[in-house]
Design a protein around this ligand. Structure first.
Ligand SMILES: Cc1cc2nc3c(=O)[nH]c(=O)nc-3n(C[C@H](O)[C@H](O)[C@H](O)COP(=O)(O)O)c2cc1C
Length: 191
């Protein structure tokens, strides 16, 4: 029972998500708890996923990192026409090799952004931001950039996955998998 649920999850993820090498990365809403009690949410890229879970990458100084450091639980929401995947999971830091792999697979723009996405840069007028971006770009030829020290990756290891499917000719429905000590428990729920 639990082995087939695991296979079903793997099959659904393979059908719904692009391969990790596909440069078109899916967007996810990453929801976190905060010290104020108000939840926070923002869009991030799904960098990759595997049997451990879902990886996102960000700046270690960001609010989301403060959030998951204080409370290492999060939710991810991925949306497509007619489909939604919601994941609840436990958050942990990715290892160095994974972080480097993800940086190397980022577009040139996003590699530069990881270096220049600072409060000081954001405070500059547009003219200066354009000049400084171009200067940094020119000073670091394609392929020469390593990740900045602030580059950080996180794994969201699912405890619950909810696959929502809608269709115009009958009611929408969710297939939900909950991690238990014995494996995955499956439920079919109204949409
Ligand atoms: C389409 C889109 C994709 C984004 N992808 C990422 C991402 O992969 N990582 C990231 O740190 N921020 C990403 N952002 C920016 C975040 O949404 C957010 O503004 C930023 O990370 C600061 O969030 P925080 O203050 O809640 O930590 C993306 C924004 C958009 C609109």
């Amino acid at each position: 029972m639990s082995a087939s649920a695991a296979e079903e999850i793997a099959g659904l993820l393979a059908a719904w998500l692009p391969s990790n090498d596909d440069p078109a990365r899916p967007l996810m809403t990453l929801s976190t708890g905060t010290s104020s009690g108000y939840p926070d949410a923002r869009t991030v890229l799904l960098s990759e996923y595997d049997e451990r879970g879902f990886f996102f990458h960000t700046d270690s100084r960001s609010r989301k990192v403060t959030d998951v450091t204080g409370d290492p639980r999060a939710a991810l929401t991925l949306l497509w026409p007619g489909r939604q995947l919601v994941v609840q999971g436990d958050v942990s830091r990715a290892d160095d090799a994974e972080e480097l792999w993800a940086y190397r697979h980022r577009s040139r723009y996003l590699q530069l952004l990881a270096w220049l996405n600072t409060p000081e840069f954001a405070a500059l007028p547009l003219e200066e931001r354009l000049v400084r971006w171009a200067e940094f770009d020119a000073a670091h030829p394609e392929g020469a950039l390593d990740p900045p020290p602030t580059w950080s990756g996180f794994l969201v290891r699912p405890v619950r996955l909810t696959f929502w499917e809608g269709r115009p000719d009958t009611a929408s429905r969710r297939t939900e998998f909950r991690r238990t000590t014995d494996g995955w428990q499956t439920a079919l729920l109204p949409g």
